[in-house]
Design a protein. Structure first.
Length: 85
């Protein structure tokens, strides 16, 4: 034990060394766990967080328009197309 270092300084160094060792062990365990989880997921596996998608589309809907509604729709199409045919 050095003569010029107090007990408080030596205790502080020991606590810092212990905290560093605990941090390094925790970091290594975290990195290993993430590496194993990433290796377990294969590119062909489905993503579990996303809901499964339907294989068929929604049902077809059809609405008959009145002549006035058809004319209004044609006017909107002309307006949005800036007079282009």
């Amino acid at each position: 034990m050095p003569e010029h270092a107090s007990i408080l300084q030596l205790t502080g160094v020991a606590v810092l060394a212990l905290a560093t060792a605990v941090w390094v062990v925790g970091l290594i365990r975290l990195l290993r766990r993430n590496r194993f989880e990433a290796a377990a997921v294969r590119p062909g596996d489905a993503l579990w967080a996303l809901p499964s998608q339907r294989q068929t589309g929604p049902g077809v809907e059809c609405v008959e328009l009145t002549p006035a509604e058809r004319d209004a729709f044609a006017g909107l199409v002309r307006q949005f197309s800036d007079g282009r045919p």
